[in-house]
Ligand binder design. Structure first.
Ligand SMILES: O=c1[nH]cnc2c1ncn2[C@@H]1O[C@H](CO)[C@@H](O)[C@H]1O
Ligand SMILES: [Zn+2]
Length: 373
């Protein structure tokens, strides 16, 4: 089949639920901010620096992938740095055709220059507001909410959860935990998740990326996560039986036995729990062997609530439209699948239901109706 041009995918409205603010800086901005604060970089040439991030993140291990964030977090310790990075994030996503985004970062990692947690949040919000206003003036409107992340190896999740609730009416739409997964189960932060539930607030949990089913099970059944950050290892609970005898079909042919879902996978599908899948990031950390072999295909075919995301645009040298282009190339997906992914994401957003519907009915569906025609 004839693929869809990347340039057309850029123009289509897209929804992004899993994008790290400190994983999406422009290389040129890192170079300028690093010079201002005296931080030493692997290269001061923006193009080479961008290549360095992708190569260093291409490590096959989440722990080594995460080491690259030292160079982005280092230049996000001042109000100016945070404001600029947030503003450019909104502009870059909007220029890529993203109409709604939830951008996450860990405020506790931005205190080294003496800022308070509240000052960090306010600097990011101010930058996002300015970037969104400029994007709207450019004819590419975008709405951006933030998720406040607590680092799973640290012990500040309760404090960050309270910070998120404090700013729930001024830009924070949810909470998350991130960082190395193995050895740091989500139940370490149970108090924070129980607090958020009592506050009727929303949260996602990075789970099922570098560690498997127990992490996903805890995130959902102990912690009450609304969504799964990655969740890709849920496929460990799905048995694809290529060798089982094929069943006869009505037309006299044979048909492979359908995949069998374990109890956890069945629960996630039945409850329509959204999976924030990040194909390129998963290939870099070794969670998937390649895009072509990425479990997103199986999860799509089995009608899980699949969404596609960037995770870290800088470390993966990617964008929302690039991730979608890779999927169309690998699986022959067309506008129908891209619309399905986009509506899945919009349905799974943490903003109020009526506001999600407006974006689905007034922005997403009309645009895809034209593309499908
Ligand atoms: O894919 C991921 N898995 C787990 N942690 C991550 C991933 N990407 C980024 N971070 C971590 O989240 C922090 C806040 O944004 C980043 O500093 C990084 O350490
Ligand atoms: Zn992530």
């Amino acid at each position: 089949m004839v693929g869809i041009a990347h340039s057309d995918i850029i123009k289509a409205p897209k929804v992004l639920l899993h994008d790290h603010l400190d994983g999406g800086l422009r290389p040129g901005t890192i170079v300028e901010l690093a010079a201002a604060v005296g931080h030493e970089l692997p290269s001061t040439d923006p193009e080479r620096l961008g290549e360095w991030f992708v190569a260093a993140a291409d490590s096959g291990s989440l722990e080594r992938y995460l080491e690259t964030f030292a160079h982005t977090v280092a230049v996000m310790q001042t109000e100016e740095g945070l404001h600029r990075v947030a503003k450019e994030c909104a502009l870059d996503l909007a220029a890529d055709g993203v109409v709604y985004a939830e951008v996450r970062y860990a405020p506790e990692q931005h205190l080294e220059g003496g800022l308070t947690l509240d000052q960090v949040v306010e600097a990011v919000h101010a930058g996002l507001r300015e970037g969104s206003a400029e994007a709207a003036a450019n004819g590419t409107p975008i709405r951006v909410g933030t998720l406040l992340t607590a680092m799973r190896h640290a012990a500040r999740s309760q404090e960050i959860a309270e910070l998120a609730v404090r700013y729930r009416d001024t830009g924070v739409v949810g909470f998350d935990i991130a960082g190395a997964e193995a050895g740091f189960p989500p139940t370490r932060h149970l108090d924070a998740f129980e607090y958020l539930q009592r506050e009727n607030f929303h949260f996602t949990i990075h789970a099922g990326e570098a560690f498997g089913l127990p992490s996903i099970w805890q995130a959902i059944q102990w912690c009450g996560a609304d969504r799964l950050g990655h969740g890709v290892r849920l496929v460990d609970d799905i048995t694809v039986t290529a060798d089982t005898p094929s069943a006869p079909t009505a037309t006299g042919g044979t048909q492979a036995a359908p995949p069998v879902l374990g109890r956890l996978a069945a629960y996630v599908r039945d409850k329509r729990i959204p999976l924030e899948l990040c194909p390129s990031s998963n290939v870099q950390t070794g969670a998937a062997p390649s895009i072509a072999e990425h479990p997103i295909k199986l999860l799509h075919d089995l009608r899980f609530r699949v969404t596609v995301n960037t995770d870290n645009r800088l470390m993966s040298g990617t964008s929302m439209s690039r991730e979608m282009t890779l999927l169309t190339e690998s699986f022959g997906w067309g506008w129908a699948e891209l619309q399905w992914l986009t509506i899945n994401a919009m349905k799974s957003a943490f903003i109020p239901y009526d506001e999600r519907l407006v974006l689905i009915n007034e922005v997403i569906k009309p645009a895809y109706a034209k593309l499908l025609a």
